[in-house]
Design a protein around this ligand. Structure first.
Ligand SMILES: Nc1ncnc2c1ncn2[C@@H]1O[C@H](COP(=O)(O)OP(=O)(O)OP(=O)(O)O)[C@@H](O)[C@H]1O
Length: 238
């Protein structure tokens, strides 16, 4: 496996407030990695730090063989990282199709196109000329994922894609993950639903208070270890 993303000792600050304390996370090409942890653990901050949305303070972030710490967000996007932001953030005055086409700005060569996104999410076909806001929450999430895929990213970052959605809808959305990986895209998901994270990911990192408290594969981690790493209970986390 070739290493796609690697952070070593990543820190992040909001003003004087330190939100991340030395995070080591890696994602290999084509891999699916999940970040889990409670509210405020630092998962979204990690995504913001690697995508250049908050300044990196000179630490090491390697992506696709390049040192990207300090790069502007649009340069990182063009290098092959695309984000599905928490809350979807569709453009309300634009149609589904226009929202998708916006994601094609800075497009790299690859398998994703409007047709491929509609094949991935057939529910969107009949809605293609509707405004993004006229969709259900699940359909809006599909547009947000499709928009990110339109740039043909090497790494797709998904921040809480199941938040506020019904279990059936979450299941539908997660069925897209193997198809996205089949196109060669690695996925880093932030997911509060631990069961969902363990079901979809090759490896999991648990964050607590700005630190990684546990990492491993779903097959090797026990529920007790995860609970300890997630909530800071007394059992030692490995
Ligand atoms: N814009 C901001 N300004 C100041 N502090 C922030 C900001 N965003 C997040 N924080 C703080 O940074 C810490 C990490 O927050 P972060 O949003 O990364 O956590 P999270 O694990 O993604 O949780 P959530 O699921 O709530 O998004 C928290 O203490 C939070 O209050």
């Amino acid at each position: 496996m070739t290493r796609l993303l690697e952070t070593q000792g990543l820190t992040a600050f909001y003003g004087d407030f330190q939100a991340l304390f030395g995070i080591d996370v890696s994602v290999d090409e084509g891999e699916c990695v999940a970040l889990i942890g409670s509210n405020g653990a630092g998962k979204s901050t990690f995504l913001r730090a690697i995508t250049g949305m908050i300044p990196a303070r000179g630490q090491d972030v390697m992506f696709a063989g390049q040192h990207i710490a300090g790069w502007a967000a649009d340069r990182i996007h063009k290098a092959g990282m695309a984000m599905v932001p928490e809350g979807r953030r569709l453009f309300p005055s634009l149609s589904v199709e226009e929202n998708l086409l916006i994601g094609a700005a800075g497009k790299r060569p690859g398998p994703w196109s409007l047709d491929a996104v509609y094949e991935l999410f057939p529910d969107l076909v009949a809605k293609r000329h509707n405004p993004g806001t006229a969709l259900s929450g699940g359909q809006q999430q599909m547009v947000a994922i499709g928009r990110a895929l339109m740039s043909n990213p090497q790494l797709l970052l998904c921040d809480e894609i199941s938040l506020g959605l019904a279990p059936k809808v979450i299941k539908d959305i997660y069925t897209a993950v193997p198809k996205i990986r089949a196109g060669g895209t690695a996925i880093l998901v932030v997911e509060q639903d631990v069961g969902q994270a363990l079901a979809v990911a090759d490896r999991v990192y648990c964050f607590m208070e700005g630190r990684v408290t546990l990492t491993g594969t779903p097959a090797t981690l026990t529920r007790a270890q995860i609970a300890a790493a997630y909530f800071g209970t007394t059992e030692e986390a490995h």
